[in-house]
Each structure stands twice: as C-alpha cells, then as structure tokens.
Design a protein around this ligand. Structure first.
Ligand SMILES: [Zn+2]
Ligand SMILES: [Zn+2]
Length: 213
C-alpha cells in the first residue's frame, strides 16, 4: 500500500506530495522550499521528482532536489515545449524563474516508479498529467475540491479540461482520493456530484459534441 504525505510549499501554497512505499518515495510537484521537503523525506530514499505540469509553483525546488538527491526529473514533453513561456509567466508575476534540469519525458501509459500510472489530462496546460496510485489520484491543477484549474494561461483549453476531468470521473472509482495541487483533498465521487465547474452532469455525450473536434 502506498503512503501519501503532503508538504505545503511556497507563496501559492502548493501541495508537494511524497508518495512512498516503505522507504522508497517519489516527490511530486516540489514547488518551493526544498529544505522542508528534504526534512519530510528524512532517511527514506527518493527515486524521482515528477511534475504534474511545468508551472513555476510546481517546479521551483526541482533543480535543488534533483541535484542534492541525484535523481531524475520527469515531466510531459508538451509542457517542456512551453518552458520559456511558463518562465516568462513567473517573471511577470514577480516570482523567480525556475532553473530546471534536463527532464526524462513521461507520457500516458508509461509506468512510473512505485507502479504509479500516468493519465494525460490536458486543459490547464497541454502537458498536464494525473498520477494514479492504488486508491488515489494526484491531479495537479486539473481538478480541485469543488473546482478545476484555470484555462486562461498560455496553452490552457477549457474544452480539453472538461474532457480530461470527465475521463477521470469515468475511469476512476468513486472512492478514489483526489490529491490536488492546491487546497484540501476530496474524492472522485464527491466531485462528480458537487464540483462547481465540471460535475459529472456536463460529461454526457451530448455535452461532448459541443466541443471543437
Ligand atoms: Zn498550474
Ligand atoms: Zn498550481
């Protein structure tokens, strides 16, 4: 059974998750505060740093952690292509541009360390992914408790986001815990009913055909 721990980091209060199987862990979305994350890791071994997407508030401590721990950084290639654009965004908002190491690219179907699985969930960004464990999903800024990620930033697409969230609803059991990039955890079943932006009722086939494809 995998164990999920959260460390809330940085000015945007990003949820950095440590997913561990005994003494082996992966670090997901280390947005800031490398030291707090290393403290939480303790004596356990980290296998990889994974980003759900490349926004600065999810990757600010990546370089420090990968260098310190000697482990790979993994991200979807569609977000890596927008690296410069996302860096500019950080600068515009008055944050430090993150320096990033060369990544290992992840894509749907690729098995991550600890048997974690990837679902490509574009919409908030083109390369946003959700990371699926045995009874939970880490959704980055795709799905929050009661809400979803914004789509007005570069590469954002509301129709794609709707389809991605609907896919999570369809493919994952209701009792799956949702660990989002910001704010409290929730469940798939709860969001299907009570999500204010994308509840299950907008996932009908008819709603699907109002898209642009
Ligand atoms: Zn984001
Ligand atoms: Zn975020």
């Amino acid at each position: 059974m995998l164990n999920v721990e959260v460390v809330v980091v940085g000015p945007l209060e990003t949820n950095c998750y440590l997913v561990c199987d005994g003494n082996s862990c992966v670090i997901i979305d280390p947005g800031d505060e490398a030291e707090s994350i290393l403290n939480a890791l303790g004596n356990r071994r980290a296998l990889a740093v994974i980003a759900t997407h490349l926004h600065f508030d999810h990757v600010g401590a990546v370089k420090e952690l990968t260098e310190h721990l000697g482990i790979p950084f993994m991200v979807h290639s569609l977000d890596w292509e927008l690296k410069e654009v996302f860096n500019e965004l950080a600068a515009v908002w008055g944050f430090t541009k993150p320096e990033l190491p060369e990544p290992v690219f992840i894509s749907e179907g690729l098995e991550l360390p600890l048997n974690l699985r990837v679902i490509h969930t574009p919409g908030h960004t083109p390369g946003s992914i959700s990371i699926v464990g045995d009874d939970f999903v880490i959704t980055g800024d795709t799905l929050f408790a009661g809400s979803v990620g914004r789509t007005d930033l570069p590469g954002g697409d509301m129709d794609k986001l709707r389809r991605s969230v609907c896919r999570l609803y369809r493919e994952l059991p209701d009792n799956f815990i949702v660990y989002p990039g910001h704010g409290p955890s929730t469940t798939i079943g709860e969001e299907k009913i009570n999500n204010l932006i994308i509840p299950m009722e907008v996932c009908s086939d008819e709603a699907g055909r109002t898209g642009y494809e």
